[in-house]
Design a protein around this ligand. Structure first.
Ligand SMILES: Cc1cc2nc3c(=O)[nH]c(=O)nc-3n(C[C@H](O)[C@H](O)[C@H](O)COP(=O)(O)OP(=O)(O)OC[C@H]3O[C@@H](n4cnc5c(N)ncnc54)[C@H](O)[C@@H]3O)c2cc1C
Length: 407
């Protein structure tokens, strides 16, 4: 993020910490929902209420320049906030895409006009944002996307389809990548845009998940018009921006907002094993300690990534490491949960809310190996860009997109 507008804080770090702590003690009391919430609407609403209170208390957007609605404080205050926030319940889970991915992108790549228009409401969660990259024929290889954007006077016209779009149904805006020049090779003719999710021609359909949820969607665009000024970055340079957003995504998923060593999953499963009388079982103990070690390692990797970001660096391929650790933790904890709970760990009794939450989280854990780029793709990135191994052979790299075989 830009350092352009670092303001002189009106409070010391200690005063800021005390103010943050007092706010969190009063408002970060955890969220529990009595009603089924398959579309995550109730949880998102509660997250928005919390975020609005945060903005009203002048605690949102600590390093964001004041002209875009933030405090404009130095990065050291952000660290103080993270330290305090990590001691409280997470109150903004459903704002991860808005704040962890779309906000850094608009801050880094938006025009001044775009930042003034979008950032203040995004920060206070008055508006919620989603990410529209994946398509039926373009997931891991997202550069194969076929959604088209064509310029018509002062407007772009969008036609095509996106898929797996988390929270599109409750979003006000989304960041979209679309093909703007099929004459160029597939990575070069792509541009990034902001889209109004309520615009005529945007049709959003839910996708039903195995855990009973419907958090993500298919989106169909039919002659959707957006102002020309909503183009983000240079024309046909969207691939570089998409890569940057994917890095922010991996950090948001794999690193999270907390600081310090965190072992919440193994802590929970240690207690559960005790409850089931399995804490003396040798195999179970071995699995639990492996999980604990993995969580400690992930925390250390996250601290390194956060430190690099604090030093002003855009997250690099190292973000993939945190994401990969997170996916491994999900896989390991699923196996332990199944060993402890047996069939009840993935088949719930609808009248038993506790069993339902337990099995839903087991089923949901499969997403960790896919969302934000699959494990195989993270390993490719680490191999190519961290370890310097030879890259995969790419036969279509220099061919015009219009000449490629498509499904
Ligand atoms: C919970 C969840 C939320 C999501 N939210 C969003 C969202 O908000 N916005 C959005 O745009 N997308 C979203 N996605 C989509 C996600 O980014 C894609 O599912 C992911 O990138 C994989 O693409 P795919 O599903 O098309 O699988 P494919 O790309 O078809 O992959 C199929 C299999 O092939 C393997 N594979 C593919 N290419 C290679 C390769 N080169 N080397 C080795 N193995 C390979 C993959 O690892 C995988 O095992 C979400 C997905 C999930 C699960």
């Amino acid at each position: 993020m830009s350092d352009a507008a670092v303001a002189t804080p009106t409070e010391t770090e200690d005063e800021f910490r005390a103010r943050a702590r007092a706010f969190l003690d009063e408002h970060a009391t955890g969220l529990v929902f009595d009603l089924p919430d398959p579309r995550a609407a109730a949880e998102l609403e509660a997250n928005k209420v919390f975020q609005q209170k945060l903005a009203d208390a002048n605690l949102a957007g600590i390093t964001m320049p004041t002209e875009y609605g933030g405090l404009g404080y130095p990065k050291s205050y952000e660290r103080v906030w993270r330290e305090e926030y990590s001691k409280s319940a997470d109150m903004t889970t459903q704002l991860t895409i808005s704040h962890g991915m779309c906000m850094p992108m608009m801050t880094e790549y938006g025009t001044d006009e775009q930042k003034k228009q979008f950032l203040p409401d995004m920060l206070s969660a008055k508006t919620v944002w989603c990410q529209m990259f994946s398509e039926p024929g373009a997931g891991s290889d997202v550069a194969s996307l076929q959604t088209r954007a064509m310029l018509d006077g002062d407007e772009w016209i969008i036609n095509g389809q996106k898929v797996w779009t988390t929270l599109a149904h409750v979003s006000d805006y989304g960041i979209l990548i679309a093909r703007t020049d099929p004459e160029q090779p597939k990575h070069r003719g792509i541009t990034m845009f902001v889209v109004d999710m309520k615009a005529p021609g945007v049709e959003i359909r839910p996708i039903h998940q195995v855990d009973g949820g419907m958090h993500f969607n298919e989106i169909f665009f039919t002659d959707v018009r957006i102002p020309r000024s909503w183009q983000v970055g240079e024309l046909n340079a969207g691939w570089g921006l998409a890569t940057a957003m994917l890095m922010y995504e991996r950090v948001a998923i794999g690193t999270g907002s907390s600081s310090g060593i965190k072992t919440p999953t193994s802590d929970f499963l240690f207690k559960t094993a005790k409850k089931f009388g399995k804490n003396t079982d040798r195999v179970m103990r071995q699995e639990l300690i492996q999980l604990y070690s993995e969580e400690v390692t992930k925390s250390l990797v996250s601290l390194q990534t956060r430190a690099a970001m604090k030093a002003g660096k855009t997250p690099g391929p190292g973000g993939s490491l945190g994401k990969l650790h997170g996916a491994k933790i999900a896989r390991m904890s699923r196996s332990i949960t199944m060993n402890l709970g047996g069939p009840a760990a993935d088949a719930w009794d609808p009248s038993d809310e506790a069993s339902k939450r337990y099995s839903q989280s087991t089923l949901r854990s499969y997403a960790a190996n896919i969302a934000g780029g699959t494990d195989e793709i993270q390993k490719n990135i680490i191999g190519d860009r961290v370890l310097g191994l030879p890259r995969d052979i790419s036969v279509d790299k220099n061919l015009a997109f219009k000449d490629l075989l498509k499904n």
